[in-house]
Design a protein around this ligand. Structure first.
Ligand SMILES: [Zn+2]
Length: 305
């Protein structure tokens, strides 16, 4: 399968709201960027803030979310923004924020995907490298959660399967599995909302999180099921965890080809897998750091309306 051509957005796009964790008002702006720029986060509310490339080497471990930090500047809860960009195969974008955290919106990637699609997606001239998983890599956590990447024939592309197990709770056991393409992302994954158990809410609020978030903003599961809300599909929770995987795996900074599988994994295990994959790829000489292109420049073309 030939490498694809890099893309950016045609014009700026904006999403406003408040953060799911800290509840601060925020405006997020997606801006076009030149080829080989990658995804870079920029805090516009701070003076002398460092730009933060969306790379796994800038991840700092925090519970329940993906946090990036560079030279003292932080952005938090980037995973749904990253999922939208990766899911739509947008490679080069400057993401400006005037708060530490993007808008939570409905806890899915829908608002970001719609803003990006409305901005238009244009091809550039350089090729986007693909990292083909060279050998099976596995991460198992102390709680028994598991995430793995394995080689598969090139024509099988990039696949992710997710198995969720919340035992006898209303979330229960559910799975989702997809070949990741922009069309699949838009139609099957982007809308899946984040979820939390009612019994976890008090503890999160005691830590200062979720003060503005209501049962309308995301899925809160009580003992009888979803509170004040309705599922968009029976396995919405598993699809959301798969969405998180797309956002976390995108921190490798190139396209992926291989069979990924997650069994109850969270952000930290996802990051560990990507770190290991990156080391392994550099050892086997397929490191994605080489982003040079031999392709002649082409005029921008709209790829997705
Ligand atoms: Zn999430």
């Amino acid at each position: 399968m030939p490498d694809r051509i890099q893309t950016t957005i045609e014009r700026a796009a904006e999403v406003r709201g408040y953060g799911l964790f800290r509840g601060l008002d925020v405006t997020l702006r997606f801006l076009p960027a030149e080829e080989n720029h990658g995804i870079v986060f920029q805090r516009t509310d701070l003076t002398d803030a460092a730009d933060i490339p969306a790379r796994v080497e800038h991840v700092v471990p925090e519970p329940r979310r993906t946090v990036l930090s560079r030279l003292g500047t932080r952005v938090e809860v980037v995973e749904h923004v990253m999922a939208a960009l990766a899911g739509l195969q947008i490679d080069n974008c400057l993401v400006q924020l005037d708060a530490p955290e993007p808008p939570g919106c409905d806890g899915s990637a829908q608002a970001f995907s719609e803003a990006l699609l409305n901005a238009g997606i244009v091809t550039q001239s350089a090729t986007r490298p693909t990292l083909h998983v060279p050998t099976t890599i596995e991460v198992t956590t102390s709680s028994g959660a598991h995430v793995s990447a394995a080689p598969q024939p090139a024509e099988a592309g990039y696949t992710i399967g997710y198995d969720l197990d919340y035992g006898n709770s209303p979330v229960g056991r559910q799975s989702a599995s997809y070949t990741i393409t922009p069309e699949i992302f838009i139609n099957e994954i982007a809308f899946a909302r984040t979820f939390v158990l009612e019994l976890e809410v008090a503890a999160l609020r005691a830590m200062g999180f979720g003060q503005r978030t209501t049962t309308k903003d995301l899925l809160v599961f009580g003992s009888q099921g979803v509170i004040d809300n309705a599922l968009r599909c029976p396995n919405e929770c598993a699809r959301h965890k798969l969405l998180d995987c797309i956002g976390d795996f995108a921190l490798i900074g190139c396209d992926l080809a291989g069979a990924f599988h997650a069994d109850r994994s969270g952000h930290r295990a996802n990051h560990d897998l990507i770190r290991r994959l990156k080391v392994m790829a550099s050892m086997s000489g397929t490191d994605e750091v080489s982003l040079e292109s031999e392709s002649p420049p082409e005029p921008p073309q709209r790829r997705i309306a």
